[in-house]
Design a protein. Structure first.
Lengths: 232, 262
């Protein structure tokens, strides 16, 4: 919420997030030079993230708007690019929905655009190839969502340490992390359903990004082979 | 939906044709003054100014404005309780209330802190709301461009802004189609329906993204979008007025920095 953080902490989070976002922009520019089709694709993917985040139930506390989709974004595009996308999505949420805010933008980017996706990518990298990709994506989305809120509680504790920082941290973790756990699982379920449907309908997108192995979609691969055979 | 209303109001209000740079400078400077304030006085002066400007000058309908300004009020009350809990025992005890068997006592320091954060949020949200309800996004893009925001961020943001509304229409259409076919009737079907909706929306967006590239490519796209027109600079008289007003507030900020309610 606008004005919630003291100016010093607003500035600190702006600087920390800024470093990662600038790194993301540099990477993005590099990719755009080789593949100009990436930019429109990312723009539409970002719009999708925005719609997804306005679809779901409102969060209990309201200090941070819904992080829905940051796990999926991280799995699809990696952390630096997701940070750039999250920056724009959060800016739009502040300007079009009056969620979040301009002074707290840095802090929100840090929790939702950087720490959450990082957790998601780590979970995804560990599990990739070991279990069914749908399960891996589900766990990555849960981790991303949940770590986002753990980061938020740490951020609030740093801004308002209270009498005893440890008790304050446990209070905030209690408020955020525990109430957010069912919501994180809900997001995981939704992401898994989404992923499953994409795998069923358009596995070529996921194959092109190198996210799933061909062995996971045997029907698609075999149908591709037969059509090729027919054409010859 | 809500984003539609804010966007609509931004295009249809009395202050729509005031120079966007002027509105940005005014709103952002007051927002910063609110955040830097150490007492509740200055934010509580800024909040009514911004609220009355938005309601009476820009003629934003109350039906839309009240829920938006209501959020920080509700959240602010929560914050006061929260600050009372984490800063309990500092300063004199003011009063205490019992909720669910717990006894929350409100002490000086915590209540003052809570009120300060509350006033900052109220002033800050009122300032931001003034900006977003009077200035369309398209004009803000020009301002962002002049602030030297990296062009790749701006390109993506502009295309995203366009596609938010395209996808929103699509999402509403899919949702209506699902509802007429008994989607969302209980928790299980709600999840199933939402999953199908999100997946179809994802696939549609992916295809649209690829098609967007094709259409832009056929019009000579090389990786950068070009914004041609410029917005003119506002009248220097108004800028000076804003600066004088800001300086007055900053002086007041300095004079009232030790003010405490309790």
């Amino acid at each position: 919420m606008e004005g919630f953080l003291p100016p010093m902490w607003s500035a600190i989070w702006y600087v920390l997030s800024g470093i990662v976002v600038i790194y993301g922009v540099i990477q993005l520019n590099k990719i755009t030079k080789e593949q100009p089709e990436v930019k429109p694709l990312l723009a539409v993917a970002g719009a999708f993230m925005f719609i997804l985040s306005s679809l779901k139930l409102p969060s209990v506390t309201g200090s941070c708007s819904h992080p829905c989709g940051n796990g999926l974004g991280a799995v699809l595009f990696g952390v630096p690019i997701t940070a750039v996308l999250a920056t724009i999505v959060l800016l739009f949420q502040a300007l079009l929905l009056a969620h979040g805010g301009l002074t707290t933008l840095g802090a929100n980017i840090f929790s939702m655009g950087i720490m959450g996706p990082l957790a998601g990518v780590i979970v995804w990298k560990i599990l990739k190839g070991k279990i069914n990709s749908t399960w891996a994506v589900m766990l990555a989305a849960i981790a991303a969502d949940w770590i986002t809120y753990v980061t938020t509680s740490i951020q609030i504790t740093l801004a308002f340490p209270g009498n005893d920082p440890m008790t304050t941290l446990t209070t905030f973790l209690g408020i955020f992390a525990i109430t957010q756990l069912p919501l994180a699982i809900a997001e995981g379920l939704l992401t898994a359903l989404l992923w499953d449907k994409i795998k069923e309908l358009r596995p070529d997108i996921l194959l092109k990004l190198g996210l799933i192995d061909e062995s996971e979609v045997p029907n698609y691969t075999s149908s591709l082979n037969t059509t090729n055979g027919g054409a010859e | 939906m809500l984003q539609n209303t804010i966007d609509n109001i931004a295009h249809n209000n009395i202050l729509r044709h005031v120079n966007p740079k002027l509105k940005v400078i005014f709103a952002i400077s007051l927002l910063l003054i609110c955040v830097f304030s150490n007492s509740i006085i200055v934010p509580l002066i800024i909040a009514p100014i911004m609220i009355s400007l938005t309601i009476f000058k820009a003629k934003v309908p109350l039906k839309i404005y009240l829920p938006l300004i209501g959020t920080p009020v509700g959240f602010g009350i929560l914050t006061i309780v929260l600050m009372a809990i984490i800063y309990s025992g500092v300063g004199d005890k003011l009063f205490s209330i019992g909720i669910f068997g717990y006894n929350i006592s409100f002490h000086e320091y915590g209540v003052n802190m809570g009120l300060l954060v509350f006033s900052r949020m109220l002033g800050g949200v009122a300032s931001t709301l003034f900006l977003v309800l009077t200035t369309p996004m398209t004009e803000l893009f020009y301002v962002l461009k002049e602030l030297r925001v990296p062009s790749s961020i701006l390109d993506i943001a502009m295309m995203m802004y366009r596609y938010i509304f395209v996808l929103l229409d699509e999402a509403i259409r899919i949702e209506n189609a699902q509802k007429t076919r008994l989607g969302y009737k209980d928790l299980k079907t709600t999840y199933k329906s939402l999953g199908i909706l999100a997946a179809n929306l994802f696939i549609t967006s992916w295809d649209r993204g690829e098609r967007l590239f094709t259409t832009m490519n056929s019009r000579g796209y090389t990786g950068n979008l070009k914004l041609l027109s410029k917005i003119e600079s506002p009248n220097i008289k108004y800028i000076l007025l804003i600066i004088v007003f800001d300086i007055l507030l900053i002086i007041l900020l300095y004079l009232t920095k030790d003010f405490k309610v309790f």
